[in-house]
Write a protein that binds this ligand. Structure first.
Ligand SMILES: [Zn+2]
Length: 77
């Protein structure tokens, strides 16, 4: 099952959400704001690159640090 990262447009906090049956979060878990936007998955970004090492370095490792633990299995990485 895909886990997507979202960011609240109100408090700017990022959170992960397990999407089940295509339902997406409509409220921020931190401030309950109604405006959340999906972020580009770090793993999805990585799988497009040809050179893993270089792409990982340019994409930044902080986002994929949590991703590799939680959701890299589901994105085939
Ligand atoms: Zn919020």
């Amino acid at each position: 099952m895909p886990i997507y990262e979202y960011q609240c447009e109100k408090c700017r906090k990022e959170f992960e959400y397990l999407v089940i049956g295509g339902s997406e979060p409509d409220t921020c878990p931190h401030c309950r704001g109604k405006r959340v936007s999906r972020l580009m998955s770090a793993c999805g970004f990585l799988s497009k690159g040809s050179g893993g090492e270089t792409t990982r370095a340019s994409a930044g490792t902080s986002a994929c640090g949590s991703c590799s633990a939680a959701s890299c299995g589901s994105c085939g990485h």
